[in-house]
Design a protein around this ligand. Structure first.
Ligand SMILES: Cc1ncc(COP(=O)(O)O)c(C=O)c1O
Length: 400
């Protein structure tokens, strides 16, 4: 019998982290690899946020804090949810954790029993199914289609729900597709949930502020107030405030669930970093004017990537509403062979050949539950994006 736990055999390491590591390895070996795998903004954390952290250190705010967040941060989160989402929460309904990842994981650990099902629309963020498995639940994948812009329909959600369903995990704008649900599309899903009172919704609003053009972000409890009592609204400062390394995420929901999440955190990591919490207070309460400025850069890059990839024969590239990803289909390239002799029989084979033969690192679609596609993160410079798209074009043209 293995010394390692049986739970471990059910989960896989994060493929996105694996791609980033592989690209770094090739770069260290002297190859000019362009990485389009990273899930973080290339912008620096805004100066006022850094200064708030420095001030916190100088003031000695370097000790343990309340397990699930300092009162000042909880107050800032309540104010943010009211301001941006029209949602009323009290501090007792708020939990702060070490990144959005810990928040989602705490919630699953706090609620899942063996046999409980969690509906996860695909394409999904890679961690959702594995987190559900780690927490002892069963992921139920509900596949959306490229034809519907990677958004789940009401019928598809209805078909995935069973008496064992505990949660729907909802993510808009989405990692990996950038797809965003408008109010009507989200209402169609919340209407389904109204018919199934045993199903709760865990909404991952991490990319809320990264929305472009006409797209207007909305969140389930705002669109359908009747779901408020069974919604966990999750968010964080990682993406919008370029604070991935600071590790602050948060959630708001029913007091009993928040207390259960606190219990788990109290026996695992205790409080998130005290200094980061003070930085997050400044992020949420301070000036927000860099958000539209950053978004303008992201929108320009999105348009650049979509334009260049759409011109490639064999690739279909929908225009995303938000986040910093595009999720093109390579259906038109399946069955071809690369100059290096690799048969492109899957998106994984495509991504491997692209990295090995054209020095561009992308993440293959199977990792996100919908193939044959690949994910491009455009959170990198315009020059790198242009070069990478030209390499992808030349690589695709070289397939026979
Ligand atoms: C959809 C989604 N949710 C949550 C997270 C986790 O964010 P954090 O870095 O705050 O843990 C990510 C990070 O990639 C993400 O893409």
């Amino acid at each position: 019998m293995s010394f390692l736990s049986a739970t471990l055999s059910r989960v896989k390491p994060s493929p996105t982290i694996a791609v980033t590591a592989k690209a770094a390895e090739l770069r260290a070996a002297g190859r000019d690899v362009i990485g389009l795998g990273a899930g973080e903004p290339d912008f620096d954390t805004p100066q006022n946020i850094k200064e708030a952290a420095v001030a916190a250190i100088a003031a000695g705010k370097t000790k343990y804090t309340a397990v699930d967040g300092i009162p000042e941060l909880k107050a800032a989160i309540c104010a943010k949810l009211r301001r941006d989402n029209g949602l009323d929460y009290t501090p007792a309904q708020v939990s702060v954790g070490t990144g959005g990842k810990q928040i989602l994981y705490n919630a699953l650990m706090a609620t899942l029993n063996p046999g409980d099902e969690v509906v996860i629309p695909a394409p999904y963020w890679v961690s959702y199914p594995d987190m559900v498995l780690l927490a002892g639940g069963t992921p139920v994948i509900a596949a959306a289609s490229l034809e519907n812009d990677f958004k789940l329909t009401a019928d598809q959600l209805e078909a995935a729900i069973t008496p064992k369903t505990k949660w729907l995990i909802f993510n808009s704008p989405s990692n990996p597709t950038g797809a965003g649900y408008n109010r009507d599309e989200l209402k169609a899903l919340t209407d389904v949930l109204l018919r199934h009172p045993h199903v709760w919704v865990m909404t991952d609003d991490m990319y809320e502020h990264l929305a472009y053009g006409d797209f207007k972000f909305c969140t389930p409890a705002e669109v359908e107030p009747a779901l408020y009592a069974r919604t966990l609204t999750c968010n964080g400062v990682s993406k919008a405030y370029a604070m991935t390394g600071w590790r602050i995420g948060y959630a708001a929901g029913p007091v009993e669930l928040i207390a259960a999440m606190r219990k788990i955190q109290s026996q695992s990591t205790s409080n998130p970093c005290s200094v980061s919490q003070w930085a997050a207070v400044e992020a949420l309460n301070g000036p927000q004017d860099f958000l539209p400025a950053n978004n303008e850069v992201f929108r320009r890059r999105r348009d650049l990537v979509v334009k260049m990839l759409s011109q490639i024969e064999g690739i279909t590239c929908p225009v995303p509403d938000g986040a910093f990803y595009v999720y093109p289909s390579i259906a038109g390239l399946i069955g071809k062979t690369s100059p290096g002799g690799r048969l492109i029989d899957s998106d994984e084979a495509f991504a491997t050949a692209l990295l090995e033969e054209a020095d561009v690192a992308v993440v293959f679609g199977a990792a996100f539950g919908l193939s044959p596609n690949f994910r491009v993160s455009y959170a990198t410079s315009d020059a790198a994006l242009e070069t990478a798209c030209r390499r992808i074009r030349d690589f695709c043209a070289s397939l026979s």
